[in-house]
Design a protein around this ligand. Structure first.
Ligand code: R7I
Ligand code: MG
Length: 390
């Protein structure tokens, strides 16, 4: 594919409100529409397009496609960051546990359920311990940390904060470096996209490789990689494969799956999601001409099969941050549970982002004493003045 500068999109300038909304809403859409094909070995593009066309059916009810654990946990991350005006591991862990016990049927990974149950114990003193105990003490390498990483990219203007808090947020359930480094990579991709970095795709992938060279330069990563028989810097190696695939004029679905994977391991899904976004920056023969970039990215992600909801969720967040909310069809938003909430939450995350860039709350934050859903209900009662983030 010719990867020169790509036509500018109508998402506004770097870190516009449209991009915040695009990221958070498209992540929800990827999760909700991706559920249809989760676990399927082969997904013909025809079936994907049929499923996506059905979202235009006016008779479909509001929020008919339910979100899964991806969005359930991302919502906890958002509410925690907003309420605590920064990262607070105790609060976030409590929210994960509470959400799981209120709605356990959202399709959580079988391992992470043990962690979430332990996190609900009032006796627990170290909220990172249950995750460390997973898989004989090595921790999970699943993509559960990465699937909920986008809000970190939207809450913190500083790249080091994005990396640090995406890492810590993932560690609450995923203590293997092949799990939490996937979360860092996903947050980096969303953060760079938010700044308009996908206008120059080659520079975008080079920057991700440079960042991950540093992220993976430590003993924990080397150890895990050796035990799991992966390259010394597993995510860097996969990103090089992404770059090689970008350089090819034709890439088949089989090739993408063979080279990058489509499974529940972060290593087999985060680089894949990044490739989906890059591949769909241009119109593709297999996809309708009428499709915009977010639609192309989500459709293509689903056609890979495997962990479709999570790959589409992660690709959606990166693509949404690039194209902005205007690129997302209203009919899709209407069908997906939680999409309207994401639209509102994105505005509040942008306010936190701005507040942080002006030296406001970061890390363990000031206590605002109420969460944004509480604020939302006040606002709809007219008891709180509306504020504009853009
Ligand atoms: O990573 P996680 O939260 O969820 C992964 C996927 C997402 O798509 C979710 O939406 C859900 O559908 O599943 O859940 P974990 O339970 O931490 O990891 C998922 C699975 O990966 C586990 O149930 C294991 O099968 C596998 N796994 C491992 N297997 C062996 N050794 C993860 N880590 C290991 C490991 O170290
Ligand atoms: Mg999933």
């Amino acid at each position: 594919m010719a990867m020169t500068a790509v036509r500018a999109v109508a998402a506004g300038g770097p870190a516009s409100l449209s991009r915040f909304r695009g990221a958070l809403v498209a992540a929800v859409l990827g999760d909700c529409v991706g559920g249809e094909f989760e676990g399927a070995e082969e997904v013909p593009m025809e079936s994907v397009l049929q499923h996506l066309n059905s979202l235009d059916d006016e008779t479909k009810g509001n929020g008919v496609l339910e979100y899964s654990d991806d969005t359930a946990m991302a919502r906890c991350v958002v509410q925690s960051l907003l309420t605590r005006t920064g990262f607070d591991e105790q609060d976030m862990a409590r929210r994960f546990a509470k959400e799981y016990s209120a709605s356990p049927g959202r399709g959580y990974g079988s391992g992470v359920i043990q962690v979430l149950k332990k996190l609900s114990s009032p006796q627990l003193s170290d909220v990172y311990q249950p995750a460390r105990d997973q898989f004989n003490g090595r921790g999970s390498f699943g993509n559960g940390g990465a699937m909920r990483a986008a809000p970190f990219a939207l809450a913190f203007p500083d790249l080091d904060d994005v990396k640090r808090f995406a890492h810590l947020g993932a560690m609450l359930t995923h203590s293997c470096s092949l799990g939490y480094n996937g979360a860092v990579l996903q947050a980096l991709a969303v953060h760079l996209s938010l700044q308009g970095a996908l206008d120059l795709p080659q520079q975008f992938i080079s920057r991700l490789i440079t960042e991950m060279e540093e992220v993976e330069a430590n003993e924990a990563t080397r150890n895990d990689a050796r035990i799991l028989k992966e390259a010394e810097k597993p995510f860097c190696e996969r990103l090089h494969r992404v770059r090689d695939l970008m350089g090819k004029s034709k890439v088949s679905i089989e090739e993408v799956i063979n080279e990058l994977g489509n499974g529940i391991a972060a290593l087999h899904s985060v680089p894949t999601a990044i490739f989906c976004v890059l591949h769909c920056l241009e119109p593709r023969e297999c996809l309708p001409e009428s499709y915009g970039g977010v639609e192309r990215t989500i459709a293509y992600s689903l056609a890979l099969g495997g962990d479709t909801d999570t790959i589409a969720c992660m690709a959606g967040a990166i693509a949404g941050a690039h194209y902005g909310i205007e690129a997302i069809p209203q009919s899709w938003i209407k069908c997906c549970e939680g999409a309207e909430d994401a639209h509102e939450d994105a505005k509040r995350l942008k306010m936190l982002f701005l507040q942080s860039s002006q030296g406001g709350g970061i890390g363990k934050g000031e206590r605002s004493g109420e969460d944004s859903s509480e604020r939302r209900s006040k606002a709809s009662n007219g008891t709180e003045k509306k504020t504009e983030a853009d």
